[in-house]
Ligand binder design. Structure first.
Ligand code: AR6
Length: 184
């Protein structure tokens, strides 16, 4: 079965998918941006579960329940801070996408939504962050075939354009195009 890649301009907290990804910080105890929105929508039990996880390293991912969210799970990942990772930013950002997909696959998740990890407070330039997101997810999907839909959530029309460019560029240069269908 091919994996459907979709691009949606909107709020990740309202998405009807098995899992949504949170762009968190190493404490996993909440923050601003997507993190703040997810905690606000999921309710206080999410923070309680997060306390028991004892944080998360940059490039890693940990899973919790979704509580009041439509999504059953939240996968918390910590993106790199742009310019503060000794040149390992791209590698760490790729790792976030790969680890989220691994953790999701272990729980039997079939549909997952990603925000633009690191492209807000953590300062990753959006065009680079979008290219890495699409490339990382494309390569993973070509190696492991277990998702029906991978949804990218963007929060501005500029971000949407960046993702379309990245999808046009990377999805169509992959060797087995028939494994990915994408729609906007
Ligand atoms: N739905 C979808 N995308 C969103 C939403 C939303 N509700 N809100 C923001 N975005 P950021 P980071 C976009 O800053 O850069 C937190 O305080 C936003 O426009 O949320 O990884 C954490 O606790 C941007 O494109 O995440 C960390 O301290 C993208 O999501 C830190 O921010 C990511 O922006 C993590 O920073």
């Amino acid at each position: 079965m091919p994996t459907r890649f979709t691009l949606v301009l909107g709020d990740i907290t309202t998405q009807q998918v098995d899992a949504i990804v949170n762009a968190a910080n190493p404490t996993l105890l909440g923050g601003g941006g997507v993190d703040g929105a997810i905690h606000a929508a999921a309710g206080p039990e999410l923070l309680e579960e997060c306390r028991g996880l004892h944080g998360c390293q940059t490039g890693e991912a940990k899973i919790t329940r979704g509580y009041l969210l439509p999504a059953k799970y939240v996968i918390h990942t910590v993106g790199p801070r742009y310019g503060q990772e000794q040149g390992r930013e791209a590698e760490l950002l790729r790792s976030c996408y790969a680890r989220c997909l691994e953790v999701a696959a272990e729980r039997g998740v079939q549909t997952i939504a990603f925000p633009a990890i690191s492209a807000g407070v953590y300062g990753y330039p959006l065009s680079e962050a979008a290219a890495i997101a699409v490339q990382a997810v494309c390569s993973w999907v070509h190696a492991f075939d277990c998702f029906t839909e991978i949804r990218f959530l963007v929060y501005s029309s500029r971000a949407k354009r960046m993702y379309i460019e990245a999808m046009q560029h990377y999805c169509h240069t992959m060797p087995e195009d028939d494994k990915i269908i994408w729609s906007v």
